[in-house]
Design a protein around this ligand. Structure first.
Ligand code: TA6
Length: 295
């Protein structure tokens, strides 16, 4: 996503500026190592462009920046649950206003920290006290870490994902390795399935890979690169491309599926209760590290 033509709201430092896209404020990072954008609505990375690279992150040209609708593309923060196991789908974090807590920079890059706390709206959906911090480190690589803390007096359970949409030149030429071979097929009611070592695409894919390797590699040959994804704190890697379903999505171009693929750092659970349990004062971190290698 090109953030350079958006109106400036405030300049925070040499490398960090707040810009406005419709009803949404975006933290824009311009550093010799990389450019990036992080929407305060949703705590949502919308762009990561290492020097001399095409954007690594895909954003829909029809994403709605009204400050109410979850953004299509980028890195949605799905929390305190992943999927449709409760309402709203993928939790409320991606449609909540986050605050900018801190920003730091040096010659290696920029660190942005966002925060989210409970509100009347969140307590009505999920009646628990928590603190959430999102650390985004922009350098040659992009590191995104979601740290959640139970600040309640009783335990609670959660699941979640950093639902990264990657920008690839052509889905027909894209291959993914490192996701492992065991998966639950969400297009077949979660059927336990076994795949090969390399995933290619010729129709829609929506899979929860349950034994991913430490590094997942997306080959993007027409952009002359591999995108690498290293996840931590996850128990699965979800891979998604909607294919023809894109035409039924209001905020995605009909042919949008041709240039995107999601590889998600996921803490997967079949229900909220079966998710990761945090005792009072306990914290948990889910993260993803995204890099690019020339091919
Ligand atoms: O992560 C894959 C998935 O759960 C798919 O099933 C698909 O629906 C996608 O996320 C997008 O969900 P959304 O709620 O953003 O439309």
């Amino acid at each position: 996503m090109n953030l350079n033509s958006l109106p400036i709201v405030s300049v925070l430092s040499d490398h960090v500026t707040i810009v406005q896209k419709d009803d949404v404020k975006i933290v824009r990072v311009q550093h010799p190592k990389a450019e990036a954008g992080i929407s305060l609505f949703g705590g949502h990375v919308v762009s990561f462009k290492p020097q001399d690279q095409e954007d690594v992150i895909w954003m829909s040209q029809q994403a709605v920046f009204d400050g109410k609708t979850a953004l299509r593309g980028g890195i949605p923060v799905c929390w305190p649950w992943f999927g449709r196991i409760a309402t709203p789908a993928h939790g409320f974090a991606r449609s909540t206003q986050w605050t900018l807590v801190e920003h730091k920079e040096n010659e290696q890059g920029v660190m942005i920290r966002l925060g989210m706390k409970p509100s009347e709206a969140s307590l009505a959906i999920w009646p628990h006290q928590f603190e959430a911090l999102l650390d985004i480190e922009i350098s040659d690589t992009l590191n995104v870490s979601l740290k959640v803390k139970n600040t309640d007096t009783i335990e609670w359970a959660f699941s979640g994902a950093l639902h990264s949409y990657f920008n690839i030149a052509d889905i027909l030429y894209t291959e993914i390795t490192g996701m492992g071979d065991h998966y639950l097929d969400s297009l077949k009611d979660g059927k336990v399935s076994l795949g090969g070592e390399t995933l290619t695409f010729s129709s829609g894919v929506d899979r929860v890979y349950t034994h991913p390797k430490s590094e997942i590699k997306i080959s993007d040959p027409k952009n002359h690169r591999f995108i690498t994804v290293e996840n931590q704190g996850s128990n699965a890697a979800v891979i998604w491309n909607p294919w023809e379903l894109a035409s039924s999505m209001a905020d995605m171009e009909d042919d949008g599926y041709q240039t995107m693929v999601c590889v998600e750092s996921t803490l997967h659970a079949p229900s909220i209760e079966e998710g990761k349990v945090l005792q009072p004062q306990e914290s948990y971190t889910l993260s993803t590290k995204i890099g690019v290698i020339a091919s």
